[in-house]
Design a protein around this ligand. Structure first.
Ligand code: FE
Ligand code: ZN
Ligand code: FE
Length: 174
């Protein structure tokens, strides 16, 4: 987290701990999932392969469930749901948006979409994996379970994209 965007002096007088890191990650993901939800329609529209379109649409529906699950997690931890701008996902999605422009009309457009979508899934997998581990060690068993459910959805989404790339999309692009 960048200190520059946190003008409060109070936060700096206390040493941060693992539950603060979980709290930060939760706010990051609440921000990220909402932003991913908003970014997906552009990718879905640009996708040529019907199976890719369909897969991305299904994952968009899952993403809206994940936003609700994150709200439940905030509640379970006794906190109000709050998003915090995460530069990591912003970078991935900004790159994705410019690649969509650059590869408009290209035979490699679907490969480009998968290239970006998998970067998003891997970001989510690393974050939810860490968060699940923190929740476990902090004794938040239910929260860990919910994070594990989201993590599984992200892993499945990633595997689906790999399969599409390997069975049709990469060859069509080449
Ligand atoms: Fe997600
Ligand atoms: Zn962050
Ligand atoms: Fe995802």
């Amino acid at each position: 987290m960048d200190k520059a965007s946190k003008p409060t002096a109070k936060a700096e007088t206390r040493i941060m701990d693992l539950s603060d890191l979980l709290d930060h990650a939760l706010k990051d993901m609440y921000y990220a999932e909402k932003k991913i939800y908003k970014s997906l329609p552009k990718m879905i529209r640009a996708a040529q392969d019907p199976a890719l379109k369909e897969g991305l649409s299904a994952h968009r529906d899952e993403t809206s469930q994940q936003i609700e699950m994150l709200e439940e997690i905030f509640t379970a931890l006794g906190k109000r749901a709050k998003a915090e701008k995460c530069d990591a996902i912003d970078g991935i999605l900004d790159e994705s948006a410019s690649l969509l422009e650059d590869f408009k009309g290209s035979a490699a457009i679907d490969a480009t979409i998968i290239f970006s979508a998998q970067a998003v899934e891997h970001y989510e997998i690393t974050r939810y994996g860490s968060m699940q581990a923190y929740a476990k060690v902090l004794g938040h068993t239910e929260v860990a379970k919910m994070l594990g459910q989201i993590l599984d959805q992200e892993k499945t989404a990633d595997e689906t994209l790999t399969e599409l790339a390997q069975t049709s999309v990469n060859a069509a692009a080449a």
